[in-house]
Design a protein around this ligand. Structure first.
Ligand SMILES: Cc1cc2nc3c(=O)[nH]c(=O)nc-3n(C[C@H](O)[C@H](O)[C@H](O)COP(=O)(O)O)c2cc1C
Length: 458
């Protein structure tokens, strides 16, 4: 027997075991460190707590731009060693503002210069009062679009109100039209100034990905309205399907205007393997097609490359409402966002869904009729369709809502959430007025506060 050989083998085996244990230890230590760093970062950016001396970053956002910038701002301050806490405006009251010494407000504007939905109550309840905010040093980043008459209307109102309460602005309000990079750079510059550093990292917008136009179907031949298309997009071969949630949007860059992305609600869920869109082809008075709708519905050939990025839309996701009954209300291409929610609910086997959908004529505009009928037959869905031009008097979703007021009340009392998707003027505002008639202004406010009334309107 060769003892030297045996000893060598034992030594080699022992060496391997020690090496393996060291490797395991290193992996465990690295995971622990990663988690500790993540926990530290999250703790520094937790929701606002009254009485702490950190900077407050408050946002009001409808489709997520202001929210995303608020997180970026808070992270930037944190990187510069400044503790920051983040909060939607809706969760702030007069006391919070009176106890705060340094705040950055990031807000968008909707409707006719109105606040986004998640700031309606703040505007109504807090901005209607007089406060002494002389201790508050603040900055405002107002998001909007110059094409609207009330450009950055809510950001301007908030700034004027803060000033009228004695708040001291750290720098002039920065107005941003359509995510304009120069204005955002100005904000980043002001942040480095207040943070006392000049080496803040650049902010980069998420990149666009190349997708493929995989299918297109004209859904409403003969319609009195403009043509509507069901469109399917797929990542380029070899690229994985990214994650998104029902309620999210996409931003599309059309070759004719690569500066201004256009947003569409996603009409599918990742389980479908593709992004579906429901796109109405816009036609201007001079006969030309809308930039993005024309590109997607007519000019892009099948298999063409489409520049796309997913835009998470927290406000319109299910989130806390996943277990609740859902009333989904929409018109026209607003069915897109509602369809994604229905698909998600059916995938989860949640059956308390009620869709109230409006269009012009049943003969031409009943999009996804077979699919909806199948879900109905499976007991997963109640559908009320309202076709405005199928009877002598015009009839819309708000009329159906009013006629079904008792059932609406019953669903709301059973904890239902309401999701509205489609046109702001006409539909969404009339739906809200009808809800006020059914459950009162305070009833609607309670739904908003509880996150049970959400809108994706345009
Ligand atoms: C239906 C609708 C109405 C809008 N109204 C205005 C407006 O009156 N004034 C304005 O400056 N921007 C308006 N905008 C543009 C938004 O404020 C802008 O897109 C902003 O970046 C959205 O930010 P958010 O995702 O945080 O809500 C409107 C956008 C939509 C979709």
């Amino acid at each position: 027997m060769n003892f030297d050989n045996i000893n060598n083998r034992y030594l080699a085996a022992a060496f391997c075991i020690v090496l393996y244990l060291m490797l395991c230890g290193w992996v465990v230590w690295r995971e622990w460190k990663k988690r500790r760093l993540a926990a530290k970062a999250a703790a520094a950016l937790t929701p606002a707590m009254a009485g702490t001396s950190s900077w407050l970053v408050a946002y009001a956002s409808q489709t997520g731009n202001a929210e995303q910038l608020a997180w970026q701002t808070a992270r930037t301050l944190h990187t510069a060693g400044i503790p920051a806490r983040i909060s939607p405006l809706s969760q702030l009251n007069a006391d919070d503002l009176q106890q705060c010494e340094r705040a950055l407000f990031i807000t968008s504007t909707y409707g006719e210069g109105d606040p986004p939905d998640n700031a309606t109550l703040f505007a109504r309840k807090v901005m209607s009062t007089s406060l002494n905010l002389s201790q508050l040093h603040y900055g405002v980043l107002a998001l909007g679009d110059r094409e609207y008459r009330n450009f950055c209307g809510f950001g301007r109102n908030l700034d004027a109100w803060l000033q009228a309460q004695g708040g001291q602005s750290l720098f002039p309000r920065i107005d941003v039209s359509n995510s304009d990079a120069a204005a955002l750079e100005q904000w980043r510059h002001q942040l480095s100034h207040v943070a006392g550093t000049d080496d803040l990292p650049d902010w980069q917008a998420p990149a666009y990905e190349h997708w493929r136009l995989a299918a297109r179907q004209h859904l409403n031949p003969g319609s009195a309205g403009n043509p509507v298309f069901h469109i399917e997009l797929e990542p380029q071969p070899g690229k994985p399907l990214p994650a998104w949630q029902a309620g999210d949007l996409v931003q599309i860059l059309a070759p004719a205007d690569r500066e201004r992305p256009r947003e569409y609600s996603i009409a599918s869920i990742p389980g479908d393997g593709r992004i579906h869109l429901l796109v109405r082809q816009e036609r201007h008075e001079d006969g030309t097609l809308g930039v993005a709708s024309g590109w997607l519905s007519a000019q892009a050939e099948l298999n063409a490359q489409i520049e796309l990025r997913i835009h998470p839309h927290q406000n319109f996701r299910l989130e806390g409402n996943a277990g609740r009954p859902l009333i989904l209300i929409g018109n026209g291409t607003g069915l897109a966002g509602l369809r994604a929610h229905l698909k998600a609910r059916i995938e989860q086997q949640v059956s308390r869904n009620w869709l109230i959908f409006g269009e012009r004529n049943a003969a031409h505009d009943a999009y996804y009729q077979d699919e909806l009928a199948a879900w109905q037959a499976q007991g997963m869905l109640r559908v009320d369709r309202v076709f405005s031009r199928d009877q002598p008097e015009r009839r819309y979703v708000q009329d159906q809502l009013r006629d079904a007021a008792n059932t609406v009340l019953e669903w709301i009392n059973n904890d239902a959430a309401i999701y509205v998707c489609g046109s702001l003027e006409g539909m969404a505002s009339s739906v809200e007025a009808t809800l006020v008639d059914i459950i009162g202004t305070e009833g609607v406010e309670r739904l908003i506060e509880a996150g049970r009334y959400r809108r994706d309107v345009y």
